[in-house]
Design a protein around this ligand. Structure first.
Ligand SMILES: Cc1cc2nc3c(=O)[nH]c(=O)nc-3n(C[C@H](O)[C@H](O)[C@H](O)COP(=O)(O)OP(=O)(O)OC[C@H]3O[C@@H](n4cnc5c(N)ncnc54)[C@H](O)[C@@H]3O)c2cc1C
Length: 398
């Protein structure tokens, strides 16, 4: 039983309820369930339609197993299958939309008591789990670099028995399609991890304005910038305990980093398969390019890089999903940053001019750059790995 449920059996996060027959769902059954859920969603459908199909099929509710006061714990194998199934649709914007909600926003929404008692937070979470609504995670702030999260300026203060949220967020996935925003705000000045809280902000609330991010990439992710102009909300819109915002975020960041790595494996594998087919069919002087020694060696290098990332995912999945330590997430996200762009750039080059076609390998590469930026830039991740070097080296000696 989870820590939270042990304290009060009535407090088990609802997302941890596996459903009566869930224990019998084999990995194959799970993949078939995913395939069935997505089969009826037309190619290029808006991301909310993909999300709705997953929710209606019960996939989102069954993604989490147990949890504690910091929120539900994702089943890493099911998360990987989900991302592979969504990635296979070839719409990176939709995959990003699903990833952020499934791996970060929903778990954070499930943290604390408000998520399980009758409350606006619990009601919002239920709608998101059933796919009838989307939730955006708004952490990156107008007032500070994204790599300086503790410097964020958006404030939440208690006033007249309610909350007032003021500030701005930028580059938020699903900002233009979500019914709910999960806003990371500071409750007092300072950079201590207890200075921050999460607030649930319905997008229709007075004072909330969303404008599109000016980009043609990842169109289906509905990315946008959010202004929060003295937004007033009842006090029960606080998500999780006051001042636990960063602790909850840190715990679930590892899950998002695992999800990023799982998506990177699926995406690079898909692009490699497409590139291989093209090389087999493209001839130079009567010989398929696939037989060219340089092409084969470069392609093999890409395969080795992806195989390494895949192995790292499998090795660290459990640790990352439970957020047991910070090193799993930092290692995974660093590895994604070092792998995805190198592999996708080589594939795009090997596709020649065709790589420039609309939605072709060059666009895929540009869109996949989000893997090295969103949720923590690669340089910052490598910095964390260096910080953790003593711990890592000690672990490897045992
Ligand atoms: C498509 C997309 C979707 C996004 N979705 C969301 C979302 O849903 N929710 C959300 O909250 N945010 C989201 N973001 C924002 C994202 O998390 C930030 O962009 C990211 O944290 C980096 O912040 P920044 O863009 O301000 O870059 P900066 O922090 O300004 O960094 C700029 C560059 O400086 C370099 N750099 C930064 N720090 C270091 C360092 N320590 N060492 C060495 N070099 C460094 C890196 O090259 C980095 O790319 C999204 C971004 C994109 C592009």
């Amino acid at each position: 039983m989870s820590d939270l449920a042990a304290a009060d059996p009535g407090l088990a996060p609802t997302g941890s309820d596996p459903g009566p027959a869930d224990g019998e769902v084999s990995p194959d059954d799970w993949r078939q369930r995913l395939a069935r859920a997505l089969a009826g969603v037309p190619a290029g459908a808006p991301a909310p339609a993909v999300w709705r199909a997953l929710g209606e099929a019960g996939v989102l509710r069954r993604l989490y197993r147990g949890g504690n006061a910091l929120g539900p714990v994702v089943d890493p194998a099911r998360l990987g299958d989900l991302l592979r199934a969504v990635d296979a649709r070839g719409d990176n914007g939709a995959t990003l939309s699903v990833l952020v909600q499934a791996a970060s926003a929903l778990p954070i929404l499930g943290s604390g008591r408000a998520a399980v008692a009758p409350s606006p937070v619990a009601a919002a979470r239920e709608r998101v789990l059933t796919g009838s609504a989307q939730v955006a995670l708004a952490a990156t702030d107008e007032a500070a670099a994204g790599s300086d999260l503790s410097g964020l300026g958006t404030e939440v203060r208690f006033e007249d028995g309610g909350l007032v949220v003021h500030g701005g967020k930028r580059w938020v996935t699903n900002a233009r399609s979500a019914e709910f925003l999960l806003v990371l705000a500071r409750r007092r000045p300072g950079r201590h991890f207890t200075d921050f809280s999460w607030v649930l902000v319905p997008t229709g609330t007075a004072g909330v304005t969303v404008r599109p991010a000016a980009t043609g990439l990842l169109a289906n992710a509905a990315t946008g910038h959010i202004a929060l102009d003295s937004v007033r909300l009842p006090a029960d819109h606080l998500v999780g305990a006051n001042g636990r915002g960063m602790a909850v975020f840190a715990r679930h960041m590892s899950t998002e980093r695992l999800a990023g790595a799982q998506w990177a494996v699926a995406l690079t594998g898909r692009v490699l398969a497409d590139t291989r087919e093209r090389l087999r069919g493209r001839t130079v002087d009567g010989e398929p390019l696939w037989h060219n020694a340089v092409v084969r060696r470069d392609f093999a290098e890409c395969l080795v890089r992806v195989a390494q990332l895949r192995a790292l995912c499998e090795d660290l999945a459990g640790t990352a999903a439970t957020g047991q330590n910070l090193s799993a997430g930092a290692l995974l996200k660093s590895a994604v940053g070092l792998t995805a762009d190198a592999v996708l750039a080589r594939c795009a080059q090997l596709q020649g001019a065709d790589g420039f076609a609309a939605g072709g390998a060059q666009t895929v590469r540009a869109e996949a750059a989000v893997l090295g930026i969103g949720g923590g830039v690669t340089e910052l991740m490598l910095d964390s790995v260096a910080d953790l070097s003593e711990q890592l080296l000690a672990e490897w000696r045992t």
